[in-house]
Ligand binder design. Structure first.
Ligand SMILES: [Zn+2]
Length: 239
């Protein structure tokens, strides 16, 4: 196994408006170009929604899928990640319309959202960070998300008891549920209070060092209170 740095040194760099890319030569030019378009789109759309703009160019590494898992040591189910740089596995045999490639375009938005969230607040609880990142993956998905939450509402975890770090979750079912609750709650916050307030919330978490205090400050209500209304909406979407 080659070291990640060793592999990277053979990747040509490409600079675009807001990103600096390292591109695995195995990736077809068409796919690399489409990913560049998606990155700039994420920059402008998510930037507007969260009022957050990185002060320097963001580094993105486009690996061919095979090389990604080898070079980063990631598990096979990892679809990309952000560790100060955005790292993505590109399915080199697909074309732009393949489901695998379309999924990767969502990962682009997801990982870019993580970059913005962590830039605003390094202490953002994991469930909220994942909720925001999933929210920005795609446009409207609330109905489906609420239906899944309603179906399994017995498993409901109070937000204050949600695990704050991913490393503490070794149960896959639990991890899925935490992600779903995070997404559902962010859908609720955005619908009721608009996305820009997420930015205020993240700044408040950074200042208060407490998510609970930040929720009180930004939404004028306790987490429990917000949560109660949210579950009421899930159980009775037309009510
Ligand atoms: Zn994520």
């Amino acid at each position: 196994m080659k070291s990640e740095a060793g592999v990277l040194s053979s990747f040509p760099s490409v600079e675009i408006k807001h990103f600096k890319l390292r591109v695995d030569p195995k990736i077809p030019g068409k796919l690399a170009t489409r990913l560049q378009v998606e990155l700039e789109r994420a920059y402008s759309e998510l930037g507007k929604a969260l009022g957050a703009w990185p002060s320097s160019k963001v580094t993105v590494v486009l690996y061919s899928q095979g090389r990604f898992y080898e070079a980063t040591g990631s598990q096979h189910w990892v679809g990309g990640f952000y560790d100060g740089q955005i790292k993505l596995p590109v399915p080199v045999k697909s074309d732009e319309k393949d489901p695998a490639f379309r999924k990767l375009l969502k990962v682009v938005r997801h990982e870019y959202a993580h970059l913005l969230v962590l830039g605003l607040s390094a202490e953002c609880p994991m469930w909220l960070n994942e909720g925001i990142a999933q929210y920005f993956e795609a446009s409207y998905q609330k109905d489906a998300v609420y239906a899944r939450l309603k179906e399994s509402r017995e498993a409901r975890i109070p937000l204050k008891k949600m695990p704050s770090r991913l490393g503490k979750i070794d149960d896959v079912e639990l991890a899925r549920w935490v992600y779903l609750q995070g997404l559902g709650f962010v859908e609720f916050l955005v619908e009721k209070y608009k996305p820009f307030r997420l930015r205020l919330l993240l700044r408040a978490i950074a200042e208060e060092h407490s998510a609970a205090t930040a929720f009180e400050r930004v939404y004028g209500r306790s987490t429990e209170d917000l949560e109660k209304e949210w579950w009421k909406r899930i159980e009775n979407p037309d009510g």
